[in-house]
Structure formats: structure tokens, C-alpha cells
Design a protein around this ligand. Structure first.
Ligand SMILES: Cc1ncc(COP(=O)(O)O)c(C=O)c1O
Length: 387
């Protein structure tokens, strides 16, 4: 390899994304003429609601095409602060306690860069979204606490405490959860308040799927627990609830002393969130434009769970939120990666191997119901026939 391709040592722990490997295989098959049904993509398939798109067009016409404040535009920060108060019972000052970001991804990155030093341990769920490489980029060490299917994939206090050490500096929680659809209960939040305070942990609470929740479950923001408020960074965004993944708009709410650090990390990363997306998000946040999307996901979830009942071995607790099911493999299969690639190549149905999300995902697959009911039905027809 030539000198020019020598990467920093930091990259030794940064793998090529496992989900991207599936995307690449899908593209190859589609280029060769295969009709692939996409149940692997972690993004809603709906168009962004038109009032939000109209707000973006108006922003362009009015010339809002420049850098904004590092924190974000005032009108959006005020909307976000109001939303936090109304929906989550959490008070953040729009001037100094809220930052708009390039997706929840950047929100998590700059929070981790601010709170995690070299060698610090960060507790993350197993399975989980891609927190581990972000922590590695900051020089930290991801340590996994296991989510148990028997417990509806809700984290237990014991599983968290068991893997904590005196080097633990941050606990990451994600509810509703990707990839399992699990939702954190009130009791856990109360228990965590004591443990996090005693051990002086920061908490990053990833609430990006807040609005996609089912069966009368309610979302609990960790920062609403008085003992946790001072040590919690709440991460959210518009990607999932309003089908705006391409707009790249997320946000952070945290007490001023924490935001004072995070804003400095942000000044030297992306400067500000896209100005047009910020103007569009003013229309989204606090609106009911997510409701048809939430309802469609609820119907698809029921369809997926019904169809899985027909497949011996494919089993998981009912997801209470997000738009994923995380079942075990059908009888006769043990290797999730092999299963996914064979199914994709032979039947044209794309899923994600569970092991991509951590060791606890071995022997499972993630089914994203981010596709129409007709395509989900066709995918299950193909899957049953293929098995
Ligand atoms: C749990 C979780 N957190 C954060 C993100 C990032 O979302 P965004 O599009 O806002 O960057 C995702 C995206 O899939 C996710 O699943």
C-alpha cells in the first residue's frame, strides 16, 4: 500500500458499516435486474409532508442560504424548547441550552467528543445502533450491556451495573430502540437516577424514535427525572418522525454547562445545521404531521408480527416503538450473516444480520418495516416459499 493510504491508528477500530455492505449487495443485484424488496433500510419511505417542503421553498426564496448561528436559528430553538416542555416535561433555555445539528448522528458525535476522553468507558446497549465507532473516534472504549429478549429488550439495571467500572464516564440509552423496538420503562429511569448520580456518569439519551411508539406506550425523557437533568444530554431530530432523513436535522437539549462544551466541538466540526433544513423543521416540530406516518408504521408492525407467526423459529417480543422487529432465525438456520446473504441473493429480500448490531444480535435479523404493506406481504411470501 502506498504511503498516501496510511491511515491514523484511530481507524484500526473503525469497520466499514455492516449495513452498507448489504446496500452494496442490493445495488449489485438490482443492476443485474433482480427485484429486491428493501426491508433493511432504517429510514421511513414516505415523502416529507408538504407543509415542511413548502417552508423550505419559502426559505430559499427569502434568501436564507447562509451560515446560521452555531446554535441554530432562534425560531427553531424556540420551537424545540417549547416541544421539550410540552411533550417531555423538560425545560431548556432556547438561548444556551439547545443546539441544532446535522442529524442526530452529529448530535451524538459532538456530545461524545465533548464528554468522552481517551480510555474512558462508555456503556452502550447490545445490540445497538452505531455508537461504538463514534466512541472509538473519540478515543473512548465502548462497553456493551446486554438487552434481553425475555425482558422485551428493555435494559435492566443489573445488566448496566454489571459491566460498569470506575472508568465508566457515560451511559448511552436509546428508547424507543434500534434495532429491537424496545422501550424503556418508568421504573428503570428512577433506578438509573440513583446509579448515575452515585457513579457520576453523564447520560446521552437518544430519543430519535420518540414519536414512533405503539400500544399506548408512552415515551419518557430521561432528563425529566430531576436527579438526571443536570447530567443528561437529550438527542432528538426530525429524520424519523417526519420522514426527513435527507434533510440532516437533529438537535440537542442539555443544561448550559454541558452545552458550553458541546458548542465548542460543533464550532470546529460542521459550524451549523443546514439553514434551509432548519427553516423547514420549524414547520415540523410541535406539529401533528408525524401522525399519519406513525399510524402507517403501527399497521405494518401488526402485519410483520402476524406474518412472522407463520414461520417456525422466527420469534421476538412485540416491538413497542421504532420501526424494526428483531426476530430469531427460522428453524434450521444458525448463522445470521449467511442467512441474510442467501435470502437476498436467492429470493431478493433484504434484511440486516443481527450480529451487525453487536454480539447479542447473533442468530437474529433486523426487519425494518420501512416499506409498503404490499411489499412487506410480498417479502414474507417470498421468505416462506424460500424456506
Ligand atoms: C438509534 C439511532 N440514533 C440516531 C440515528 C441517526 O439519525 P439522524 O438521521 O438524525 O442522523 C439513527 C438512524 O438510523 C438511529 O437509528
Amino acid at each position: 500500500m502506498s504511503e498516501i493510504h496510511k491511515f491514523s491508528q484511530r481507524m484500526d477500530h473503525i469497520p466499514f458499516s455492516g449495513i452498507r455492505t448489504i446496500f452494496e449487495e442490493c445495488s449489485r443485484l438490482e443492476a443485474a435486474g433482480t427485484d429486491v424488496i428493501h426491508l433493511e433500510i432504517g429510514r421511513p419511505d414516505f415523502d416529507t409532508p408538504s407543509p415542511i417542503k413548502d417552508a423550505a421553498t419559502t426559505a430559499i426564496d427569502q434568501g436564507h442560504v447562509h451560515y446560521t448561528s452555531n446554535y441554530g436559528i432562534d425560531s427553531l430553538r424556540e420551537k424545540i424548547a417549547h416541544k421539550f416542555e410540552k411533550d417531555n416535561g423538560v425545560e431548556y433555555n432556547p438561548h444556551g441550552e439547545i443546539i441544532t445539528t446535522c442529524g442526530a448522528t452529529e448530535a451524538i458525535l459532538i456530545s461524545v467528543l465533548t464528554l468522552v476522553g481517551p480510555g474512558d468507558e462508555v456503556l452502550i446497549p447490545d445490540p445497538s445502533w452505531t455508537y461504538a465507532p463514534i466512541i472509538r473516534l473519540a478515543g473512548g472504549i465502548p462497553v456493551r450491556y446486554e438487552l434481553d429478549a425475555e425482558n422485551g429488550f428493555e435494559p435492566s439495571l443489573e445488566s448496566i451495573v454489571d459491566v460498569a467500572t470506575d472508568r465508566t464516564s457515560v451511559l448511552i440509552l436509546n428508547s424507543p430502540h434500534n434495532p429491537t423496538g424496545g422501550v424503556v420503562s418508568d421504573e428503570l429511569v428512577t433506578d438509573l437516577a440513583t446509579v448515575a448520580t452515585e457513579n457520576d456518569w453523564y447520560i446521552i439519551s437518544d430519543e430519535i424514535y420518540e414519536k414512533i411508539i405503539y400500544d399506548g406506550c408512552t415515551h419518557h425523557s430521561l432528563a425529566a427525572e430531576p436527579k438526571l437533568y443536570d447530567r443528561t444530554v437529550t438527542v432528538n431530530g426530525v429524520s424519523k418522525a417526519y420522514s426527513m432523513t435527507g434533510w440532516r436535522l437533529g438537535y440537542i437539549g442539555a443544561p448550559e454547562p454541558i452545552v458550553d462544551g458541546i458548542i465548542r466541538a460543533r464550532q470546529y466540526t460542521t459550524t451549523c445545521a443546514p439553514s434551509i433544513a432548519q427553516h423547514a423543521a420549524v414547520e415540523a416540530i410541535g406539529s401533528s404531521l408525524h401522525e399519519p406516518i406513525q399510524k402507517a408504521f403501527a399497521a405494518r408492525r401488526d402485519l410483520v408480527m402476524d406474518r412472522m407467526d407463520e414461520i417456525p423459529g422466527m420469534d421476538c417480543p412485540d416491538p413497542n416503538g421504532a420501526f424494526y422487529a428483531f426476530p430469531t432465525l427460522p428453524h434450521g438456520y444458525t448463522d445470521d450473516t449467511e442467512f441474510v446473504f442467501e435470502l437476498l441473493r436467492e429470493a431478493g429480500v433484504a434484511l440486516v444480520p443481527g450480529s451487525v448490531f453487536g454480539p447479542a444480535g447473533n442468530g437474529r435479523v433486523r426487519i425494518a418495516y420501512s416499506n409498503s404493506e404490499a411489499r412487506i406481504t410480498e417479502a414474507f411470501n417470498r421468505l416462506t416459499e424460500w424456506i
